[in-house]
Design a binder for this molecule. Structure first.
Ligand SMILES: [Ca+2]
Ligand SMILES: [Ca+2]
Ligand SMILES: [Ca+2]
Length: 244
């Protein structure tokens, strides 16, 4: 079993190749025991001991969520056939694709000729224009981080409805997007805290038609950026942030 920012995965080695199957069980609801007495796989089922939990937000300490158990000593069972089903054979199981808005019946969800498993932006076709360039400048960077691009299961998740932002060609890591409108979100992302950042659409100011505004927010901060396009380059100005 493995966990990353997206959720729980069953790790497997098949034909000497490591692979991972997304469980689709939210860590906002499930806690799995670190040590388990029963075998993990039995009679065609993955069986995991753990608890049903509720996350208690600690006021003023974003990221320091506490768990409160609703029901302890549970055994969760997942049908292995269902879990390992990868209809389009692109390397991501159907459960993963459904949870994150990819197409489980198409190897290449956005039709750009690059399969989902290796596409750094598998949800939308990347385009090159001055606004995608602007959004690429606003992406968080991680100095000294490992090469996330090589990890097909690591994604940075953004909550956004901005078409330009969807078209970015990210440099350092794979990206997924969550719609801002809850009705358009999958059940999984609606109930699981998987996104790290949100980025707004571009706003304009009638009095300064050359100036564009974007708001980006994280779990504990919100920053307004003003941008002007001059001589083929963006000039960015961070207009102060609020630390929550
Ligand atoms: Ca698939
Ligand atoms: Ca697919
Ligand atoms: Ca693609």
């Amino acid at each position: 079993m493995g966990t990353n920012n997206l959720g729980f995965w069953l790790l497997a080695i098949e034909n000497n190749k490591p692979s991972a199957y997304f469980l689709g069980l939210s860590f906002s609801h499930y806690y799995f025991n670190e040590v388990q007495n029963q075998p993990l796989i039995k009679d065609g089922f993955l069986q995991i001991e753990g608890s049903l939990v509720q996350i208690i937000k600690v006021p003023g300490l974003p990221g320091y969520d506490d768990y409160s158990a609703i029901a302890d000593g549970k055994m969760f069972k997942v049908n292995l056939k269902e879990l390992m089903k990868d209809t389009d054979q692109d390397g991501y199981n159907d459960i993963f694709e459904k949870c994150f808005g990819l197409n489980p019946d198409d190897k290449d969800s956005d039709g750009d000729g690059i399969n989902d498993f290796v596409d750094i932006n598998p949800m939308y076709r990347s385009e090159k224009n001055k606004f995608t360039e602007l959004y690429e400048m606003l992406l968080p960077t991680y100095a000294g981080a490992p090469d996330f691009k090589k990890d097909p299961y690591y994604f940075e998740v953004f909550k956004t409805d901005c078409d330009y932002f969807h078209q970015i060609n990210p440099g350092e890591y794979k990206v997924l997007f969550i719609p801002e409108n809850e009705d358009k979100q999958s059940y999984y992302v609606r109930f699981t805290d998987v996104y790290d950042f949100g980025i707004s659409k571009i706003r304009k100011n009638k009095e300064f038609p050359e100036r564009f505004y974007i708001n980006k927010w994280g779990s504990s901060s919100s920053t307004d950026c003003a941008a002007e396009y001059k001589n083929g380059k963006w000039e960015l100005e961070m207009m102060g942030g609020i630390d929550i």
